[in-house]
Every structure is written in C-alpha cells, then in structure tokens.
Design a protein around this ligand. Structure first.
Ligand code: UD1
Length: 425
C-alpha cells in the first residue's frame, strides 16, 4: 500500500509552479473528437485522470502521441466507435464528457451511466434533460445510456435548474453542429467553461457569452483541429496558497490567473493571510494568527467546493469559530472526520460544518477520502506535531502532479512510502 508520510513542523517556503487545470484538460481532450484530425494540447497536467481520458479516447479510435510531458497530440480522424464502457466511467466520472462530442459528430453515443462517488450521487439528469431539448432520445439499457438523434440536433433554449459545470460543457459540445441557435440559460461560469469555449471557437465554432450565465451557440457545419494551451489550475494554485497561509512563510505560486480565485483570495485576506497578486502568480504569507470566517460553497464566482477542504484545514487552526456550508455536493465533509483524528474540533450538521479553532494538530494515521480532502490532510500534516501517514493516496494522484515532490522543493519533510497492507479484519 502506498502512503504519504509527513513529518510536521519543518519550514515550508519558496516558489512553486502549477500545471494546467485538470477540469479543463479533461474536457478539451473530449472536445478534440469534434475536430477530426491532429489536435495539439499544451500545458496538460500529467495526472491519473488525464491518463483515464486518454484511454477513453483510444477506446473510441483516437491515437495519442505524448510529445513531451505536458503536450499531447491527439489524432481523432479515425474515431469510429461511440461506446464508453462502465469500466472507464467507473474509474472517472468525467468520462461522460464524451457524450456531447460523440452526439455532435456521429449523432449517437453509448456511455455507461455513472454510479455514485464518494462526494455524492452526482446525477446527470440535467445533461439528459438539456440534450433531450436538442432532439436527443435516450434509453437506458443494462446500465448504459444509449443516445440517438433520429431527427438530427436542433438548436433550442435550455434553462438549467442549477449551474452545472458538466451539463453546461456537454450541451455546449453537443450543440456546435446543431441546426440553428442553442441558448444555455443559467450556465456554469467557471474559467474552465471559458477555456472550453475558447478551444471550440478556435476550431471554428460560434459560441458567445461563455463566462456569463447565458451562452449562445450557433451551429456550424464542421470544426478543424487546433493547437491550444490549457488554462492554469486555479485549484492546485489555491491549495499551495492555502498551504502558505497555514505554514505562515512566503510561498509564490506561479502559472495561473489570480482573477480565477477572486473570492478565495478575498476570504483568505479576511483570515489574515497576506496576498500579493501579479498577472500570472500570487505570493502569500501570514504574520499574525489565523482569523476565522464563514464560508459557503457555490458555483463560480462563488467559493469553489474544490477549495472547501483545504480552507477548512486553515479554519481548524483559526482563533474563533465559524460555519462552513457545502451547497454543491451532498457528501463532501468526509475529510473532516479524518482531521478530527488529528485533533480538530469540527461538528457536522447536515450540509454545515461548525468549526472551533484549536491551537494545534497532532500527527496521526489518516485516510484520504477524496482528491481535495486528501490534499488538505497533507497540508494538515505539515503543521501537525509528529508524523502523519496518509493512505488511499490514489485520490491525490488523480488531480495533483508531483504533489509530494513540489512540497519537498518548498522544504517540507514529506515522502511517498510503501507499507504492508493492513491485515483483514
Ligand atoms: C465539476 C468538477 C468538480 C467540481 C464541480 C463543481 C470536473 C471534472 N469536475 O464536476 O471538480 O467540484 O464541477 O465546481 O470538471 N448535478 C445534478 N444533475 C446533473 C448535474 C449535476 O444533480 O445533471 C448536481 C451534482 O450531483 C452536484 C452539483 O449538481 O451536486 C454540481 O455538479 P456539476 O457542477 O455538474 O459538477 P461536475 O461537472 O460533476
């Protein structure tokens, strides 16, 4: 069993560069299906989820050449299958992002229905309702969703119940060839949506309004392959900025746009973290104690759910009490019970966490419950008394490239280790 072992209390400071955004790269890779030919994506993070999306595309008939660690050349001219099996969707729910592109290119798609995951049920009903409005017919067959377009795809207005990132992306990609104009109302506004719209427009699509709540897509007959750089990962950046706030010493985080972390940085300033913004980087440090503030997660430009656990880690050591409200996923506090094993005082009541700051944490054996919760436990280990050992670290590998190595260059005493599996109970 692989674990991350951290010896707390060592000085952490310096400069770190973030990779391209996981949540953008995965959708851009799926979008290459729309432009038959050789597409080149640069600044692609070398992480487990990207490898799974690579397997999905290859299974559909694409070929992928890795030009260098962060540059993928994806040839989608020979894509001739539209089936994405459960074995791949179960490894990564974002595999469902191929639904929209396959429908646009072939008029049909078979994608395994995703099951639940550890942060909640993560339904795809809004994807389905939206696509039905464009003329897609669905039937569920032995766990697979069969999608067909017997009368073609026709532009329509779709109002989402909730600004879902995945539904907005699938609708945007499905509608690029639809007859007429599609309007997505109450669309998600995340920077990754803008990155996807930019890629599609470079390919020749006509998309207006990405980044606002109303996106308009005018159907075009074909798209051409392009070269595109993935936007910097605001969540990886936020994780290192939160780390600087926790340890106190200055950390400069490069390779992303600070405007993509607007509310996070303002909340951190209210907590007493000093933030110096530049065009493509942030320098963060802290002089006094950590103040507590209430946080509630919401779709962009609200506070990102993907920064909730890392922020709760800071608040757990704040002077005072506060409430963290999770509005996006129903089951995203599992990390809190692991942090309690390290001495945090957190009470969960439904989708609220009541956090009473404590003066210190103590190293313990903990389990990474999910991607961001796992990263937050590593952060906690950096300031905890003694040694912290984190298991189930495959969650962290899904979304952070060289997390341990980057922390080592900042001076942290952290390493990956292999330990014998625990005996079965
Ligand atoms: C994406 C991100 C994830 C981030 C999330 C919210 C990727 C690969 N993942 O996930 O890191 O935390 O956005 O910023 O980009 N919902 C429904 N029905 C639907 C669609 C969604 O009920 O048809 C619910 C989900 O269960 C969830 C909420 O809406 O509770 C938000 O989901 P959504 O915005 O779609 O997130 P994802 O695209 O899955």
């Amino acid at each position: 069993m692989d674990v991350i072992r951290i010896e707390g209390g060592h000085r952490v400071e310096g400069v770190v560069k973030v990779e391209g955004a996981k949540n953008s790269a995965l959708k851009l890779m799926a979008a290459t299906i729309l432009a038959p030919g050789v597409n080149t994506l640069t600044n692609v993070p070398n992480i487990a989820d990207v490898h799974v999306m690579g397997k999905v595309l290859k299974r559909l008939g694409a070929s992928i050449e890795v030009l260098d660690e962060h540059t993928l050349q994806i040839d989608t001219s020979a894509v001739d299958s539209w089936v994405t099996p459960y074995q791949l969707v179960a490894q990564m729910r974002a595999s469902t992002a191929v639904l929209g592109p396959l429908l646009a290119r072939f008029g049909c798609a078979t994608v395994a229905m995703p099951g639940g995951c550890n942060i909640g049920a993560r339904k795809i009903d809004m994807h389905i309702l939206g696509l039905q409005a464009l003329g897609v017919e669905f039937d569920l067959d032995h766990g697979d969703i069969n999608a067909t377009t017997p009368h073609g795809l026709v532009g329509a207005t779709v109002t989402l119940d909730f600004a879902s990132v995945g539904a907005t992306e699938n609708l945007m990609m499905a509608s690029v060839h639809a007859d007429g104009v599609t309007v997505i109302d109450n669309a998600a506004r995340e920077p990754e949506i803008v990155d996807l719209a930019n890629l599609l427009n470079e390919m020749g699509a006509r998309i207006r309004g990405a980044g606002s709540p109303v996106i308009e897509i005018e159907g075009v007959s074909e798209l051409r392959p392009v070269t595109h750089e993935v936007v910097g990962d605001r969540i990886e950046a936020g994780t290192f900025i939160a780390t600087a706030g926790l340890v106190g010493h200055p950390v400069e985080v490069r390779g992303f746009d600070p405007a993509h972390l607007g509310l996070v940085l303002r909340k951190y300033e209210q907590m007493g973290i000093r933030i110096e913004r530049s065009a493509r980087s942030v320098r963060a440090w802290r002089e006094g104690s950590l103040a507590t503030v209430d946080i509630q997660t919401l779709p962009f430009p609200g506070f990102p759910t993907d920064m909730q656990a890392q922020t709760m880690c800071l608040l757990a050591l704040g002077s005072g009490s506060c409430v963290v409200t999770e509005n996006v996923f129903e089951n995203r506090f599992m990390f809190a019970s692991e942090l309690q094993r390290m001495g945090a005082d957190i009470r969960i009541e439904g989708h609220h966490a009541i956090v009473h700051g404590v003066s210190g944490l103590s190293g313990a054996e903990v389990r990474s419950p999910d991607l961001r919760g796992g990263a937050a436990l590593v952060m906690a280990g950096l300031v905890a008394d003694g040694v912290t050992v984190i298991s189930d670290i495959h969650h962290i590998d899904r979304g952070y490239e060289c997390f341990v190595e980057k922390l080592q260059t900042l001076g942290a005493h952290v390493e990956r280790a292999t330990v014998p599996d625990a005996p079965e109970a």
